[in-house]
Design a protein around this ligand. Sequence first.
Ligand code: NAP
Ligand code: ZN
Length: 339
Amino acid sequence: MKALFLDDVGQLALRETARPEPGPHDLLVRVEACGICGTDRHLYLGEFPAKPPVTLGHEFSGVIEAIGEHVSGFAPGMRVTGDPNIACGRCPECHRGRVNLCHNLQAIGIHRNGGFAEFVILPETQAFVLPQTLDSLHGAFCEPLACCLHGVDLAEIKPGASVIVIGGGVIGLLVVQLARLAGATDVVLVTRSESKRRLAENLGATATLDPSSGDVIDRTVGAQGVIAGGADVVFECAGLTETVEQAPHLARRGGTVILLGVLPQGTTVAFSPFDLLFREVRVIPSFLNPFTHARAAALIASGTVKVAELVSRTIRLDDAAEAISHPAGNGEIRVLVVP
Ligand code: NAP
Ligand code: ZN
């Protein structure tokens, strides 16, 4: 089969390799689609450690080709999505139910071979069934959606709440939809690209704002702002120093900031403990997808969360190295590899 290998930092190569054999508790999945995520580029650049040589790709779905001898509940021909994050089940954090903080976390597409290949091995514990009728591209959005669900769970949005989302990439556009589903009546997305703002309005944002055309804090939560006085919940989904520093200022007294964006290791930001304390603003980081993948699959399978609009283009495996090694194009949301 064809697979794209990260051989070392900055070195991607498409090669013929033996089709993997499923172990007793594994599924062999024919990949239908695998999303290119910012993390893949960080892995390529060595900004995030991988375990080369390894096939990248952690946002995948496909059809079961074969199953290991002890697999139950799955059969060849079923469409599945994979939760790439494998917890050990036996470290102190796993025993506390905090599987995303597992001391021995292994990820498909980072430490084990992933979805930028014709076939991928998926342990049965990581597989979730999708409908046969689902568009073959849509299952690739379960993983990012599962991460957003964790953030939305931590935010404890109440019906009638006000929400500000910073950053209109895949994560921000999924959070906009989840915030509306959770009952928020005001959902404001802040992002620079005009096309992403229009799309967000179609997906449920009640207002959008371009951060480059004036003071964001004043226009969102100032006296004349769209959510004057501050939002109940602010989601940081851009992953920039500037936007992380902005986020607490957009929250109301007693409000919550959820940090979803990933900044390079070692980056520090400035915040005012006095302001956080006296306004009792909670700042909560949200990491990965603990126990949220099944709900993500259900939301996509039922069409409750819209993902067709988030597909910017599809490419073949032959063009994947080029796409991973370059920043996403202007206005692009998700590029999917269709092997
Ligand atoms: P992305 O496409 O890079 O989205 C970030 C968006 O922020 C960009 O699309 C950009 O859109 C917008 N942006 C840039 N400057 C801005 C500014 N000054 N104000 C407001 N928006 C601005 O990435 P993504 O895939 O959606 O992921 C978002 C972040 O979440 C990344 O840092 C990613 O690593 C992280 N992430 C975290 C988890 C987790 O478990 N916590 C999981 C997946 C991803 P415009 O060009 O329109 O401004
Ligand atoms: Zn563990």
